[in-house]
Design a protein around this ligand. Structure first.
Ligand code: GAF
Length: 385
């Protein structure tokens, strides 16, 4: 943490020739289980990562915003006109302008500001680097402006930045995880009511580790495919006469499938309905302290994403198969799909061997070597100083 915070401060000093008024940090996330259920009003169980994005910031008196990030040499600058018109600011800075836009649209008097962003959350790996930027910038602007917004309303506001300013039709999971995550816990979120429950997920006590494997697979049409899956779910809900697929109970799945006439839509619905149930089952096991026993649910989730939702790619499937063959209790792709990361639940002392087995399987198939790290659930967005 200290390195990334120091980089944000150094970037601020160098670009703006002044000291920041404060620093705010937000994590990336992985999703333990519950994929593509959030925009179906369903259930998810993500947790925040120890990897952080840090924003160093100070008020700027002319009511404009300048943002520098490690990804670019020069700061991006914009004023109210660009902030008020979705799409005017693009690239990574759109996530910042989107937060300004969402706050202004909600009637807040957002102060102009200088911001410098440094991040240890890898971009493009499906670990929610964008939600981390949104959350850290939101926290910074609220504090700098002395604005009052209860924490429970932050995720929806950050999601609006992403949906309506950036134009990505995502659900509310990522913003919730990075804002409301708690150390040692997974966040059980009902995406319809936004009710949360912090579920203890103490890997150390169980002698376990979560290995995150970055597939390094190039993102293949991820945005278009994500939007297509979402549309297909919405069409199916309409055909079934329900507000969202969350309203189809697992016990009623066969009857619902019988009412749909194309097999692709049936597969999409089966994924969402069974995935919601797997989240509920995982939560039950964790509440009972049976951490190892969630493994088969993770693996079943992967099979459902691969066969029914059709969002995995060869690198991802290879990583899952190799991890399971090397003794993982369960493994699955995490995040939106078409690349990104796999997580595997392993004995803590087997993590290196499982990582090595995945690397060997990759080498056999001629894939770019994967990245691996072990993670524990960490806390959500916070002011550092
Ligand atoms: C991406 C989206 F941003 C989330 O809202 C969620 O839909 C996820 O894909 C799939 O579960 O991370």
């Amino acid at each position: 943490m200290s390195d990334v915070a120091a980089r944000a401060t150094a970037g601020f000093r160098q670009r703006y020739g002044a000291e920041p008024a404060g620093r705010w940090a937000a994590p990336g996330r992985v999703n333990l289980i519950g994929e593509h259920t959030d925009y179906n009003d369903g259930f998810v169980l993500p947790f925040a990562l120890p990897l952080r994005t840090v924003v160093a910031a100070a008020v700027r008196d002319d009511g404009r915003w300048s943002v520098w990030s490690e990804l670019d040499d020069e700061p991006v600058e914009f004023g109210p006109a660009e902030a008020d018109e979705p799409g005017r600011v693009d690239g990574w800075a759109a996530y910042v302008a989107g937060v300004v836009w969402a706050l202004r649209a909600a009637g807040h008097a957002v102060p102009g500001a200088r911001l410098a962003i440094a991040s240890d959350v890898p971009v493009g790996s499906g670990l929610s680097s964008s939600a981390a930027i949104e959350a850290a910038v939101l926290a910074a602007l609220l504090d700098l402006g002395g604005l009052d917004l209860p924490a429970g309303r932050w995720p929806r506001l950050a999601q609006r930045a992403e949906n309506d300013y950036v134009g990505a039709p995502t659900g509310i999971m990522d913003q919730s995880a990075v804002i409301r995550g708690r150390s040692g816990h997974a966040l059980f979120l009902d995406c319809r009511t936004e009710a949360i429950e912090q579920i203890p997920f103490d890997l150390d006590a169980a002698g376990l580790a979560v290995l995150v494997i970055d597939s390094r697979a190039p993102h293949r049409h991820a945005d278009g495919e994500y939007a297509a899956r979402r549309k297909s779910c919405e069409r199916a809900a309409k055909a079934l006469g329900v507000a969202a697929l969350r309203d189809v109970a697992a016990a009623d799945l066969d009857a619902a499938l019988a009412r749909l006439d194309d097999s692709e839509t049936r597969r999409r619905v089966r994924h969402v309905v069974t995935e919601d149930q797997r989240v509920l089952d995982t939560v039950e096991l964790l509440r009972a302290g049976r951490v190892r026993d969630i493994g088969p649910l993770l693996t079943a989730s992967h099979a459902s994403m691969r066969d029914d939702f059709e969002i995995t790619v060869p690198e991802i499937d290879t990583a899952v198969e190799a991890a399971l063959a090397a003794g993982a209790y369960g493994a699955r792709m995490t995040g939106g799909g078409f690349g990104g990361c796999v997580l595997a639940l392993v004995d803590a002392d087997a993590a290196d061997a499982v990582a090595a087995a995945v690397a060997a399987a990759y080498a056999d198939r001629g894939f770019t070597a994967p990245g691996t790290l072990t993670v524990r659930p960490a806390g959500g967005v916070a002011r550092l100083d």
